[in-house]
Write a protein that binds this ligand. Structure first.
Ligand SMILES: CC(=O)NC[C@H]1N[C@@H](C)[C@@H](O)[C@@H](O)[C@@H]1O
Length: 441
């Protein structure tokens, strides 16, 4: 199947196994950016969330606006009709030349990203359309240095990320490259993807170039790695991983590199049960239904700040990180609706980030949903995050050693054990509220 299976780890890749670095495990939140020629049309049907749309509808009505080059080629699709009507059926690469990034300022983007409290930032370097956001080897000018923005966007992002004090990762679409492969549009999950050696070596050289030039802390592969590249050889995936870990000893790679190796698992929109176990996993999604900017998305399609915070707390309470995506506009601006959600997350993290950054599961079953409660543990406290104010009764009092230490932020609050629970009077303008109980001084 084209999409990632549950990759097994061949012996040849066991040498790369290592403990997960604390900088990644404790980060809680990462910010993704999808940005490319597809950001010019910025058009998709807001069909629904991945996992909620029947597979047989998904490809012709793809809500992922970054899939425009595929969706527009599907006979009779609304995207194809839109492309004919609005863009006169022009070649997709016209969007690369129309993409000016005229308002792009990497430091401005990273200021918004850093203000969310995120620990890492990952831009797309090559998505499925094969256009690279740096002057990648073998692209013959089909990149953002030679055309369109006429800028090394990855270099700009890398510098701004480091200046903002965050870790830097690179997204690379290993499993799909519609330009290189020249295959017909994908309409089913198991349609073919490029697996030949020529493509595997081409992609290997891209990953090596990214490592050599930008020293990323995260290699975030997508779909999978071309099968011919899994085998031993001078330009094998194993050689790329070897190079990566030599240059970046505390670097991490995700689990979308085929049957090879991973440091952390990933789920996408859907909370995959096989993936979201232990503490080496990440859930990713757009703020809306799409990763690339989709001009058709309105408030109803986007996570509010409150919903995004509940997702963050839920994911951290179960051991994972949340990788939340921004779909930049072709100009380089953050869409206003997405910016509002990001700013709201930052407000919450400034109040209660101590309950999620560096936190791990509290060690018991996930808490209740009615009322909504999530527990986390940091090295000096357990935290009950509740989404209500006024008198709150926390069930499972045995999670708390000493209720007299209850705090909301810096403020001590009274908490008393009553009929099998702990009653806390919760007052705060910012919800959800983290009630912290010290476990040691
Ligand atoms: C599960 C999987 O392989 N998803 C591929 C999916 N990943 C997203 C982060 C976006 O880059 C999509 O465009 C991409 O198809």
């Amino acid at each position: 199947a084209m999409f990632k299976t549950d990759p097994v780890r061949p012996d040849a890749y066991r040498e790369f196994e290592r403990p997960l670095p604390e900088w990644f495990r404790g980060a809680a939140l990462g910010i993704f950016v999808h940005w490319g020629p597809y950001s010019v049309p910025a058009w998709a049907e807001p069909t629904g969330e991945l996992g909620a749309v029947p597979r047989e509808e998904w490809y012709a009505h793809n809500p992922y606006a970054e899939w425009y080059a595929n969706t527009m080629r599907i006979e009779g699709s609304p995207a194809q009709m839109h492309h004919e009507r609005v863009h006169g059926g022009a070649p997709y690469d016209d969007f690369l030349d129309a993409w000016k990034a005229e308002d792009f300022d990497a430091d401005e983007v990273l200021a918004v990203v850093a203000a969310t409290g995120a620990g890492y930032f990952i831009p797309t370097t090559k998505h499925h359309d094969g256009v690279t956001l740096w002057d990648a080897p073998g692209t013959d000018g089909r990149n953002t240095v030679a055309r369109g923005p006429r800028q090394d966007l990855i270099g700009a992002f890398a510098d701004a990320t480091r200046a903002a004090g965050l870790r830097f990762g690179v997204y690379y679409s290993g499993g799909l490259d519609w330009h290189f492969s020249g295959l017909p549009p994908i309409e089913h999950d198991d349609d073919p993807a490029p697996d030949d050696l020529a493509y595997a070596e081409y992609a290997h050289d891209h990953v090596i170039d990214l490592i050599d030039r930008y020293r990323p802390d995260i290699l975030w592969g997508d779909i999978r790695w071309p099968v011919a590249g899994i085998e031993p050889g001078p330009k094998s995936l194993a050689h790329a991983f070897q190079t990566f870990y030599e240059r970046v000893p505390d670097g991490v790679v995700n689990d979308r590199w085929g049957e090879s190796h991973w440091d952390f698992r990933t789920s996408e929109y859907v909370h995959g049960t096989a993936v979201e176990v232990g503490e080496a996993w990440e859930n990713t999604r757009g703020i809306g239904l799409s990763f690339g900017h989709n001009r058709n998305e309105t408030n109803e399609h986007l996570l509010s700040a409150h919903e995004a915070v509940r997702l963050l707390v839920d994911v951290v309470s179960r051991g994972g990180n949340l990788l939340l995506n921004i779909g930049l506009e072709a100009s380089g601006r953050i869409p206003e609706l997405q910016r509002q959600t990001l700013e709201g997350i930052g407000v919450w993290n400034r109040h209660y980030g101590h309950a999620v950054v560096g936190a791990r599961p509290e060690g018991r079953m996930p808490a209740s949903d009615e009322p909504w409660i999530r527990w986390t543990r940091t090295d000096d406290a357990v935290h009950a995050v509740v989404d209500q104010t006024g008198p709150v009764r926390l069930p499972d009092p045995d999670r708390v050693l000493d209720e007299s230490t209850a705090r909301i932020g810096e403020r001590h609050v009274t908490a008393e054990r009553v009929d099998g629970g702990i009653l806390v009077d919760v007052e705060d303008a910012v919800t959800p509220v983290a009630i912290s109980f010290r476990t040691r001084d």
